[in-house]
Ligand binder design. Structure first.
Ligand code: AHR
Length: 338
């Protein structure tokens, strides 16, 4: 197994150096690249052996996360994969414990959606030493590239940029915005914040981000923080940018309780495109949601199977995502899968 992992990482690094990996801004899902060199037949896992995969999930903090978990579990069942699933309840130490337990159980591949970016190097090295490949699903981890095979998921910076353009349109290029950030230290929050800010600062000098605070990606905290924003800035707020739909939905409740109309008095742009966001848009309370695709199960197990066949994969596999607006929400909702 150590041999497989070492060869796979070498192949992946070679492809990356040769320019075969997709840039972070690539728009469409990438096809896995074949290994440049032929691999010995004995390196691959026998076809009749059941694939054993460990998955260290963050928790169940949002509608998005539940859809992601369902996709990981459902696809494992459909493919007859033995899945060992762990819910870390949004705690990094629980995810680290889960990885160590997967190593002890000698799983074939470990999948993880890291709750925050930093603090993974030691445990990822332990997996590497045990010859177990690590695949990042959804969020990024700040580790050297040789410690994971690939990341499958969204370009969060691009989501932030798209949200900024939508907000600027809604405000006619002028107004005060408050921001509800996701979990502090998570790739999704950091990149969505930076992407949004970069567009506003570069192109829209009359738009100001007057308050920015974490709501930890949950409805309850989104509501709580929005209440505080309204208390301090009230009618001075023209726009709300929320890093996910759940926080926006919590904030909508706070805005209504304060006596303003969400979607009209305060324009709202959020990220995810879960069904709850479409319902809010149909009710006229949310203006735009930028899609972040949680249905990552099929891409994840495709990668696991490629690893087992000793094929190389690109260092980044992006998801394909769109932008959904209030005007078309009723027509869009029936075809939404999550
Ligand atoms: O990492 C993806 C983010 O995590 C989603 O936008 C959010 O809803 C989730 O909790």
């Amino acid at each position: 197994m150590k041999k497989i992992f070492a060869m796979l990482l070498t192949g992946t690094m070679m492809l990356t150096m040769a320019g075969c990996s997709k840039p972070a801004s690539a728009p469409a899902p990438a096809e896995p690249a074949k290994a440049a060199e032929a691999k010995p037949a004995e390196a691959a896992k026998p076809a009749d052996k059941k694939l054993v995969v460990g998955f260290a999930q963050i928790g169940a903090e949002s509608e998005w996360r539940t859809a992601c978990t369902n996709s990981i579990k459902g696809e494992a069942e459909a493919r007859g994969i033995d899945l060992k699933f762990s819910d870390a309840q949004q705690k990094q130490e629980n995810q680290i414990k889960a990885i160590r337990s997967f190593i002890a159980q000698k799983v074939d591949v470990i999948g993880i959606s890291p709750v925050v970016e930093s603090g993974w190097e030691t445990v990822f090295k332990e997996a590497k030493d045990a010859g177990i490949p690590v695949v990042l699903v959804d969020r990024n981890a700040d580790v050297p590239e040789d410690l994971y095979v690939t990341r499958i998921g969204s370009d969060f910076t691009d989501e932030g940029k798209k949200a900024a353009e939508e907000m600027a349109q809604l405000l006619g290029g002028k107004g005060n915005i408050v921001e509800l950030q996701g979990t502090v230290g998570s790739a999704a929050a950091t990149d969505r914040l930076n992407g949004f800010k970069s567009v506003i600062e570069a192109k829209y000098p009359d738009i100001k981000i007057i308050k920015s605070q974490t709501g930890d990606f949950t409805r309850a905290k989104g509501k709580e923080v929005m209440e505080a924003f309204l208390k301090s800035d009230g009618k001075n707020i023209q726009g709300l940018y929320a890093h996910n739909d759940d926080m926006a939905i919590g904030a909508i409740q706070a805005i209504e309780e304060y006596g303003l109309n969400p979607g009209t008095d305060i324009k709202i742009v959020s990220v995810d495109a879960v069904k709850g966001a479409f319902e809010a848009m149909i009710a006229g309370k949310l203006n735009v949601t930028v899609e972040c695709n949680p249905l990552l199960g099929p891409q994840f197990y495709d990668v696991c199977e490629q690893i087992m066949k000793n094929e190389s994969v690109p260092k980044y596999i992006p998801s394909e995502e769109g932008v959904y607006r209030q005007e078309t929400a009723a027509a869009d909702l029936p075809s939404r899968q999550y």
